[in-house]
Design a protein around this ligand. Structure first.
Ligand SMILES: CC(C)(COP(=O)(O)OP(=O)(O)OC[C@H]1O[C@@H](n2cnc3c(N)ncnc32)[C@H](O)[C@@H]1OP(=O)(O)O)[C@@H](O)C(=O)NCCC(=O)NCCS
Length: 279
């Protein structure tokens, strides 16, 4: 009897002592947040550069959760006006199933709503699907993750002339972007472009208008959008020719048949993700 009471008291005290706090990620928090992300998603790689980019683009959009003062969770979003794109939702394995993920989502969605961002999209892992469902997200499609080891697959032939995408092209790209993708993402594209000298490409149609673009990140294809399969393929060929040291991945919406056509990029990844959105 005594032992049971002692155990109960310990459990209560232990839980009462755990305080979850959620605050904005500051530039000096990036290393701690990166450790959370690497712990949650596993190696290889660091998320520090991606996180720095996102925090610079929106200093109020990226959150760090602390459990008794220890960094244990991250989440954030870029708000594009009508919708937000949520990403980097992660909780350290030793702090999961204690409500940290829920605390992050609650604060994130409240912040987005306060800023007039009425809906949100994200690519969910199987691990995250339950959490998002509790916040009203529904599955709209499956996305497919392709991975390719360097030199491991055929490169598509260039069927269109591809030219470098330069910062001077951004105003024109912003003007032609909405019909392809949705809201203009000029600041986001400019940020990627700054880090991708010589690895950003453009195609034009017979009238000279932008028909597609692709920015190659160090280990990922994209942002990437094109009006035709031929433009998409030529851009992909140029990106693959620019080289990827340790392999490359591309995340393709399952509903985008034209993008799925580019499976010559490599093999289909094991971890197919879910695309979900909130209405
Ligand atoms: C997905 C992820 C962020 C969830 O974080 P989390 O902190 O474990 O989330 P929560 O604790 O709020 O909720 C998770 C579960 O724990 C349960 N839970 C919450 N508090 C609990 C508590 N005190 N005791 C027991 N269970 C609890 C929740 O009910 C929920 O149950 P469910 O699995 O039936 O939905 C985390 O698992 C993770 O980082 N996974 C790896 C990376 C990843 O896949 N991220 C998602 C990318 S889209």
């Amino acid at each position: 009897m005594w032992r049971t009471i002692a155990a109960l008291r310990w459990a209560t005290t232990h839980e009462a002592m755990e305080t979850i706090t959620v605050r904005e990620i500051r530039p000096e928090d990036v290393a701690a947040a990166d450790a959370v992300l690497v712990g949650a998603f596993g190696p290889p790689g660091s998320y520090a550069a991606e996180l720095r980019r996102y925090v610079a683009l929106d200093p109020h959009g990226w959150l760090l959760a602390e459990l008794d003062g220890r960094a244990v969770g991250t989440a954030g979003a870029l708000c594009y006006g009508p919708f937000a794109h949520i990403g980097l939702v992660a909780v350290r394995p030793d702090a999961q199933r204690r409500g940290v993920g829920a605390a992050l989502m609650e604060r994130l969605l409240a912040g987005l709503e306060a800023r007039g961002c009425a809906s949100a999209v994200l690519d969910a892992t199987e691990a995250g699907a339950g959490l998002y469902a509790r916040f009203g997200f529904v599955e709209v499609e499956r996305t497919v993750r392709y991975v390719r080891q360097e030199g491991g697959a055929e490169r598509p032939p260039a069927s269109r002339a591809v030219t470098p995408l330069l910062p001077a092209d951004l105003p024109e790209l912003a003007a032609s972007h909405p019909p392809i993708f949705g809201p203009a993402r000029t600041a986001v594209l400019a940020s990627y472009l700054r880090d991708a000298a010589g690895r950003a490409f453009l195609t034009r149609d017979e009238r000279g208008e932008i028909a597609g673009y692709l920015i190659a990140q160090p280990a990922a294809i994209g942002p990437w959008a094109a009006r035709s399969a031929e433009d998409a393929e030529a851009l992909l060929g140029a990106a693959l020719a620019s080289g990827f040291g340790g392999g490359v991945k591309a995340i393709v919406p399952g509903a985008n048949r034209a993008a799925l056509h580019h499976r010559r990029l490599g093999r289909k990844g094991q971890g197919a993700t879910w695309g979900v959105s909130q209405t």
